[in-house]
Design a protein around this ligand. Structure first.
Ligand SMILES: [Zn+2]
Ligand SMILES: [Zn+2]
Length: 273
């Protein structure tokens, strides 16, 4: 899945997903991100939400539809207040639609496609998001039949297909690692964007946990829980330069994970291998 934008811990996170017409967090507002009408906000830390009013105001200035901001229900009122204060500073109301959404609640994105938050474990109210798509596939008992026979069955009213909900994209936002064990869909997502803020001994696992973040050690210990689609590690601490990240992950990643793991920092996803 094509991703663009930036994600550096404590600095800014704004990950565009053009194919789904949405953005993951809004810590800074790139020109491209303005084009996407829906923003999934993981939590209220300013490096994840600080540019939200800018995004909405710029869409309004460009006469685009109002931005839609899905936020954890616990922060919805503060987000509205932030928009109101920004509108007073700017001298005009900022058109926007703030949608408080809790874990397990659905928000429709397109025909047969929706987003549903899941619980995460950070230092402030937080949640991750999964984009689901309903697909239809042949039921197991019909899979080996020739096309003509299938057409016949369909014609005679037999339900030869079944619905299957596919997790296209899961985004953890900032969280401790137990989100992997506790959220079944993360293990099956076609693309999993997860934070891995700390990569080596410069910060301990305990240190990472106390800050509400994931350490690479914890990811490697849970390799069997990672989906076999695409795992995009992101939100690296600013103490690691881009080359640092590449080198450390390359050194530490076992062979079996190399085909699945990509790194996302500044400017898009790159393969770890
Ligand atoms: Zn963060
Ligand atoms: Zn945070």
């Amino acid at each position: 899945m094509k991703l663009a934008g930036v994600s550096v811990a404590g600095i800014e996170t704004c990950i565009e997903v053009p194919s789904l017409r949405l953005v993951l967090d809004m810590g800074c507002c790139t020109r491209a991100a303005v084009q996407q009408p829906v923003v999934l906000v993981s939590h209220g830390h300013l490096d994840h939400i600080g540019a939200i009013a800018q995004h909405a105001a710029r869409r309004s200035m460009l006469q685009m539809s109002e931005g839609i901001y899905l936020v954890p229900a616990a922060v919805a009122r503060d987000v509205e207040e932030l928009f109101n204060a920004a509108g007073r500073l700017d001298g005009q109301a900022i058109p926007r639609r703030v949608v408080p959404l809790g874990p397990g609640e659905d928000f429709p994105l397109a025909n047969k496609r929706w987003v549903r938050p899941f619980e995460t474990y950070h230092r402030v109210p937080s949640q991750g998001y999964t984009v689901w798509e309903r697909r239809h596939r042949l039921r197991a008992e019909f899979r080996n039949l020739p096309g003509a026979r299938l057409a016949e069955l369909r014609h005679s009213g037999v339900a030869i297909e079944e619905a299957q909900d596919v997790a296209l994209l899961s985004f953890t936002g900032d969280t401790r690692v137990e989100v992997l064990e506790r959220t079944a869909e993360l293990q099956h997502a076609e693309t999993l964007v997860m934070e891995a803020t700390f990569l080596d001994e410069r910060v301990t696992v305990e240190g990472a946990r106390s800050m509400g973040h994931i350490h690479l050690n914890e990811v490697l210990e849970r390799a069997e829980l990672l989906p076999r689609g695409e795992v995009v590690l992101s939100h690296f601490s600013a103490r690691y330069g881009a080359e640092d990240v590449q080198r450390i992950v390359r050194e530490r990643l076992p062979d079996e994970l190399r085909p699945f793991v990509k790194l996302f920092g500044v400017g898009g996803a790159e393969f770890a291998s």
